[in-house]
Design a protein around this ligand. Structure first.
Ligand code: SAM
Length: 312
C-alpha cells in the first residue's frame, strides 16, 4: 500500500474514533476526509451538520464538504489555531490551579488512575454516581464499574450509571453481576434540547441513568426518589462530555443524604465532585486522563476560594 494512502486511512480512523457515539458513522474514507484537518469537537460539529442536512440521513462526501464550507462561512467553526490555543490555555490554567489544589481534603479525594486501580475499603460507599464513555468500544467499562461498585457499596447502596440510549441491553448485561441487580431507570432530561439518533430514527430529549442496587434496597432513604432530573444546558463547559452541574446536584441531593460517601470513577470535568462538595457529601473520584483530573482539581479549588472569601 502506498504510504500516502496509508496515512489517509490512519487520519480517517482517528476522525471516526473522534465522532464517538454520533451515528450514523462514516462508511468510507472519502466521507471522513474533509474532517481530518479539524479538531475533534469540530469534526463532531461538521459531521452532525452533514448528517442533519443529508437527505434521509444518507451522508455523501459532498454533504460533508458542504457542511464544512457552510460552517466556516457562517463563522460557526472557530479557526483551528484559535481554538487549539484556547483549549491549550485552558489546560495550562487548569494545570497551574491544580498544582496548588489539594488532592485530598476533609471532603474529597481525587486520583489520577484507571478505575481498576482505585481501591476503597469494602462496604464504605453509600452511592456510586457516574457517567462512563458511551461508545460501543467502551462497553467493558460498565463491567469494571459493576465489579468495583459491588465491593465498594454498603449493603442496599445504589450505583447510578448514565448510558447512551443505543446500547441499553449491553449496558444492563454488563452491570448485572452477582450481588448487583437492576433497581430502576432514571431520566436525565435535556428540556427542549433534542438530539437525533439516526440509526434508530429517534429524536430524543433525555438519556437513561441505570440504577443498580447491591443486595436489596431497604429503606436506605426514608423518602421516595423522583426519577426525573432536569439538566439545563450550561454554557461554561469544562469537558467535551461535561454534564450539567445543576442536574448532578439535583440527582445527588435526591439519592443521598448529607455526609454520605459518593464515588465517581469517571470524573471527566469533575461535575459529580463539585455537586457533592456543594451538597456537603463526601467524595472520592478518579480519571485516567491527567487533564480531566487537573480540571476537576482546579474547579474544586475555585469552590474553596469562593467559600474562603465569603467567610471574609
Ligand atoms: C463521559 S466523561 C465524564 C464526564 C463527566 N460526567 C463531566 O460532567 O465532566 C468519561 C471520563 O471517563 C474517563 N475514563 C475512560 N476510561 C477510564 C478508565 N479506564 N478509568 C478511569 N477513567 C476513565 C475519560 O477520561 C473521561 O474523562
Amino acid at each position: 500500500m502506498a504510504r500516502n494512502y496509508a496515512n489517509k486511512l490512519i487520519l480517517a480512523a482517528v476522525a471516526v474514533a473522534n465522532l464517538g457515539t454520533i451515528v450514523p458513522i462514516p462508511t468510507n474514507e472519502a466521507q471522513i476526509r474533509p474532517l481530518t484537518d479539524l479538531e475533534p469537537e469540530q469534526q463532531r460539529e461538521v459531521w452532525l451538520q452533514a448528517v442533519n442536512s443529508a437527505p434521509m440521513g444518507k451522508v455523501t462526501a459532498l454533504n460533508v464538504e458542504a457542511a464544512k464550507a457552510h460552517m466556516i462561512a457562517t463563522g460557526k467553526l472557530a479557526k483551528r489555531e484559535e481554538r487549539r490555543k484556547r483549549e491549550e490555555d485552558g489546560r495550562e490554567l487548569a494545570r497551574l490551579k491544580a498544582k496548588s489544589a489539594p488532592k485530598v481534603s476533609h471532603q474529597y479525594e481525587i486520583h489520577c488512575c484507571d478505575i481498576r486501580d482505585l481501591t476503597l475499603p469494602a462496604g464504605s460507599v453509600d452511592a456510586v454516581v457516574t457517567d462512563p464513555p458511551y461508545a460501543y468500544k467502551s462497553l467493558h467499562l460498565y463491567e469494571w464499574l459493576a465489579q468495583k461498585s459491588v465491593v465498594w457499596l454498603k449493603p442496599g447502596g445504589l450505583l447510578f450509571a448514565m448510558a447512551g440510549g443505543c446500547f441499553i441491553p449491553e449496558v444492563l448485561n454488563r452491570l448485572t453481576i452477582d450481588g448487583l441487580t437492576f433497581h430502576w431507570m432514571f431520566c436525565w432530561s435535556s428540556g427542549d434540547r433534542f438530539t437525533q439518533i439516526h440509526p434508530r430514527y429517534v429524536t430524543t430529549r433525555w438519556k437513561p441513568i441505570i440504577a443498580m442496587v447491591k443486595g436489596t434496597y431497604k429503606d436506605r432513604l426514608d423518602r421516595y426518589m423522583p426519577d426525573w432530573i432536569d439538566s439545563p444546558f450550561e454554557e461554561n463547559r469544562h469537558h467535551d462530555w461535561g454534564q450539567s452541574l445543576i442536574g448532578l446536584r439535583t440527582l445527588i441531593q435526591r439519592v443521598t443524604d448529607p455526609g454520605w460517601m459518593v464515588v465517581d470513577p469517571f470524573l471527566g470535568g469533575g461535575t459529580t465532585a463539585l455537586a457533592c462538595v456543594q451538597s456537603n457529601r463526601k467524595f472520592v473520584g478518579c480519571d485516567i486522563d491527567r487533564d480531566a483530573v487537573n480540571t476537576t482539581l482546579s474547579r474544586l479549588s475555585e469552590i474553596s476560594q469562593n467559600e474562603a472569601s465569603s467567610r471574609g
